[in-house]
Write a protein that binds this ligand. Sequence first.
Ligand SMILES: Nc1ncnc2c1ncn2[C@@H]1O[C@H](COP(=O)(O)OP(=O)(O)O)[C@@H](O)[C@H]1O
Ligand SMILES: [Mg+2]
Length: 244
Amino acid sequence: MGELIAVVSGKGGTGKTAVCAAVASALAQAGKEVLCVDCDASLRNLDIALGISELDALSFADVLSGNYGLNQALQHPVYEKLRFLTAPVDWTWSEDRKKAFYKMLMKAKKKYQYVFLDAPSGLGTGFRVVTQESDQILLVTGYDPASIRNGGRAAEELEKLGKAQVRLVVNRVDPRLFSKMKLTVDDIMDETGVPLLGLVPEDDNVTLAAAGKMPLLTKTKKGAAAACCRIAKRLQGIREPISI
Ligand SMILES: Nc1ncnc2c1ncn2[C@@H]1O[C@H](COP(=O)(O)OP(=O)(O)O)[C@@H](O)[C@H]1O
Ligand SMILES: [Mg+2]
């Protein structure tokens, strides 16, 4: 049975989509069967982060309609073990749609080793839907005291929902600030109350790869790409020291 991983944050723009795309690519590159589902209906952009925005992808709504099967999800042209379902442009969650979505996810877990759900921002319905059945939650925050505290707030919300398996990814870390602020890994975990899964550096290649319509891991093996590969290893239970 595969693992269902929700990628969430309280605030928008922390890099959920970028981290989701790069970690999923790293797992597919390592030979794992991976499905990525964009769950950010109005502001979908996981296709861009995966470098496949030019290709026609089915949406999860197409699969829920019963007209298409999960096996028709778009196969990534570079990472053949990575499949992708985009978000429908216009979508609201009814009780029936939620039920059908969870059913689709249970099927997906039988077929794929990792199923990633890229969440919309905020702590509303979309957040609850993607976290509802997840085995693990990656909480992505920015790197500054306010963002880390915001991450802590989102973690509290997840605790209220009874979600235990939450791990933190601190994104856009500026290595110079990291040494100046003396904010240690332990401090971050104290502030958020969530174990740290990884630090991802600020890296222009994230935006440049998206602009060049290519996956981050194809553009570079360093910086944010390397950090996401380390996160992918930790998700597989492989020990990798936390560093930036
Ligand atoms: N580590 C990083 N370094 C530099 N830019 C980043 C990094 N992570 C994300 N970005 C940029 O920040 C913006 C928001 O990222 P995105 O993944 O869309 O956030 P979210 O999904 O949380 O709204 C994008 O323009 C993306 O290219
Ligand atoms: Mg996003």
